[in-house]
Design a protein around this ligand. Structure first.
Ligand code: FPP
Length: 244
């Protein structure tokens, strides 16, 4: 198999750098977020084109609620507008759109839009686009733990049956294979409470490009980085038959 054929099944993305992109242009931060929507459109197209099966985007973290009220409110309006504008085209392109995170924390209008978009695209068989909003990796694990503890307390589950699989089944990405590749733009090299459990064996790709500037070349560079990785999952190189 050529290295270029080694496409990740699942790519997770931390879209960072919108604020800096705006500041460099003396624009308000929300102008950066607005411009970032264009990069979302772009990466969805590129991922679908390359045959990526799952694309999970970190759009708003549990911690982002602490940003200035005006920025939070503008971001929420942007999500609403983007749904309003983009869902038809995603649907035409056979994309299945899903959301993870504490959606009950969002405004009713947005919750309804999300539910409608999920219902409309539920039968689509192409790219699964998963958007994390009001999401935190620790929140996800806490919820899973509460659910398992509840089942134990109710006598439905034996403590000894709590294993990796049982925990994964309670997480937001249940049924979705773990990300193979994490891409983070904006120059920082951290996971920032994204999919803490699911990223256990992901290859980590960091680039300096600010999210609104993310384009074909950045995507190709990330795929090229991934294509030559040797994934060992704790085994030795010899065990996995490595050539590089
Ligand atoms: C991080 O940049 C970005 C965000 C918190 C928001 C991401 C949202 C979008 C790209 C909008 C569209 C999303 C969808 C799914 C329609 P930052 O503000 O932390 O940038 P900085 O580090 O330069 O300040």
């Amino acid at each position: 198999m050529a290295a270029s054929d080694n496409i990740p099944t699942h790519i997770a993305v931390i879209m960072d750098g919108n604020g800096r992109w705006a500041r460099r242009r003396a624009l308000p931060r929300h102008a950066g977020h607005r411009s970032g929507v264009g990069s979302v459109r772009k990466i969805v197209e590129l991922a679908a084109e390359k045959g990526v099966k799952y694309l999970t985007l970190f759009a708003f973290s549990s911690e982002n609620w602490a940003r200035p009220r005006e920025e939070v409110s503008k971001l929420m309006s942007l999500f609403f507008e983007a749904l309003q504008r983009e869902v038809e085209e995603l649907h035409r392109n056979n994309v299945r759109l899903e959301f993870i995170g504490a959606r009950e924390q969002l405004q009713t209008g947005l919750i309804e839009k999300i539910a409608a978009a999920e219902a409309q695209t539920a039968g689509n068989t192409g790219l699964r686009l998963i958007v994390a909003v009001a999401y935190g990796g620790r929140w996800d694990i806490v919820r899973a733990t509460q659910s398992l503890a509840g089942k134990v307390a109710a006598g439905e589950l034996d403590v000894r049956d709590i294993d990796d699989e049982a925990i994964a089944a309670e997480l937001q990405l249940t049924g979705v294979p773990d990300p193979d590749l994490l891409v983070r733009t904006g120059g920082e090299q951290r996971i920032s409470n994204f999919l803490l459990w699911n990223l256990a064996y992901a290859e980590l790709y960091f680039c300096d490009t600010l999210w609104p500037d993310f384009g074909d070349k950045d995507f190709d560079d990330a795929l090229a980085f991934y294509a030559v990785r040797q994934r060992r999952y704790g085994h030795t190189g010899d065990q996995v038959g490595a050539v590089n």
